[in-house]
Design a protein around this ligand. Structure first.
Ligand code: AMP
Ligand code: GLY
Length: 421
């Protein structure tokens, strides 16, 4: 079977590597991939906004299955487009992708189905938003209503900070913003809960805890994710059932009213307060770096799972996991999530020797004449699986030390709530 992966991040490299373990896979294509996927797949440099060129390539190369990694092509309707040409695609359609594409769409479903979430207001202009600030409590949360790679969210401690957030969002810092949301601040612990769906049934797909802030101790600006561990320390059977019954099932019902099923990964971002789940946001894809953390634990052939989802036969597949704990630390370019240098060579990659249960997934890297250059904010993901998180993290850090990359930085405290307390 030939499989094509859409995307170029650590998540997509992890999906490639997991597919490679399957004996059913003859060839993997990555659109466009990175310097890491290049070693296991054929990287195809296409413009992901040009669906027609992409479709022509898929048909010409007779690719049997397409897996869409990132949110943007999903929100733009790539799945609907490829399915018109009878191409098998793993990922949600354009309507379902609104769960991530529009926070307001999701909040409306939450309201209708009484899904636990932060109370909120929607504002269409600076004046109304600023007026509302006079009556709000702090901290308060202000969010752009468009895709912003996890960066369009401000936790504001006072009115001054809130005014800056409103100005920046409406001035287009995260792209054109028609609306923003002002939301109640939920004070709990976050958890990423994953499910995989075939349109009829769904299965849980493990949990993780991501560290979104750039600095140790979960301080500083929000990023796409600085590292994660899996499973989350918070998960238990009772909580799992609450998440499914109070949040996921009603959401699927809401989507059905909009005329859509859900196929693909669903990432439910939660705040857990006293073993009660509150929805923060949905993402219509795997998390990054949660995907890199979770997939190495999967024992079942992932190509069978993807195919079953495309054929509405997920009920026939048993998804199995190793019991080991997993940790992922992301090495970023200095300056991220603000300005950082691009095209910086990463020299010591050949010195990294991976042992069993260790993985290195590239994210923002490209290959030029057999040298690897950093081109993104998040550059490399180091993962280790172990009986406990302490030894997993020690192993990861010793690998990153070997890399000794001057232009990068990483958080040494990933998983600290489990490991260091
Ligand atoms: P989002 O892009 O909506 O996931 O938000 C990014 C991050 O901001 C989340 O992962 C949380 O850390 C934080 N956040 C978002 N909404 C809230 C909220 N209502 N209360 C507290 N923290 C929040
Ligand atoms: N790790 C956060 C995200 O993938 O959105």
């Amino acid at each position: 079977m030939k499989v094509g992966i859409i995307g170029s991040g650590g998540r997509e490299h992890a999906i490639c590597e997991t597919l490679k373990k399957s004996n059913k896979i003859d060839k993997i294509f990555c659109f466009p991939g990175n310097a890491g996927t290049k070693d296991i797949a054929e990287n195809i440099d296409v413009d992901l906004d040009n669906f027609e060129v992409l479709k022509n390539y898929i048909l010409e190369k007779k690719i049997d299955l397409i897996v869409v990694g990132p949110e943007k092509p999903l929100v733009d309707g790539l799945v609907d487009y490829l399915e018109k040409y009878k191409i098998k695609v793993f990922g949600p359609n354009k309507i379902a992708a609104q769960l991530e594409g529009s926070k307001i769409f999701t909040k409306q479903i939450c309201e209708k189905y009484k899904i636990p979430t932060a109370s909120f207001g929607i504002f269409e202009n600076k004046k109304d938003a600023k007026k509302f600030l006079k009556s709000t409590n702090y901290p308060t949360v202000i969010k752009a209503d468009n895709l912003a790679s996890g960066k369009g969210v401000y936790i504001c401690n006072n009115e001054n900070e809130a005014v800056i957030a409103i100005e920046e969002i409406f001035n287009g810092k995260f792209g054109k913003a028609k609306n923003l949301l002002i939301e109640e601040f939920l004070n709990g612990e976050e958890m990423s809960f994953f499910t995989i769906h075939d349109g009829i049934t769904f299965r849980t797909f493990d949990t993780a805890q991501d560290h979104k802030r750039v600095l140790e101790g979960d301080q500083g600006k929000n990023t796409g994710g600085m590292g994660a561990y899996s499973p989350s320390r918070l998960i238990n059977e009772d909580l799992k059932n609450k998440i499914i019954n109070k949040i996921i099932k009603p959401t699927l019902e809401g989507l059905a009213r909009f005329g859509s099923k859900y196929k693909g990964f669903l990432y439910t971002g939660l705040m857990i307060i006293k073993n009660e789940p509150y929805l923060i946001e949905y993402n219509v894809r795997m998390g990054d770096p949660e995907c890199q953390t979770i997939l190495p634990k999967l024992k079942t052939d992932i190509s069978e799972i993807f195919l079953a989802c495309c054929e509405e036969e997920l009920n026939k597949v048993n998804i199995e996991w190793t019991d080991k704990k997993s940790i992922c630390i992301v090495v970023c370019s200095k300056g991220y999530p603000e300005k950082f240098k691009k095209n910086v060579e990463i020299k010591n990659l050949s010195k990294i020797k991976l042992d069993k249960d260790e993985y290195l997934f590239h994210a923002g890297t490209i290959d030029k004449e057999s040298k690897v250059f950093a081109v993104g904010g998040r550059v490399l993901n180091f993962i280790s699986l172990s009986e406990n998180l302490t030894s997993a993290r020690d192993k990861v850090i010793s690998k990153i030390d070997k890399l000794n990359w001057d232009e990068g930085f990483y958080r040494k405290d990933i998983g600290y709530k489990v490991i260091d307390q």
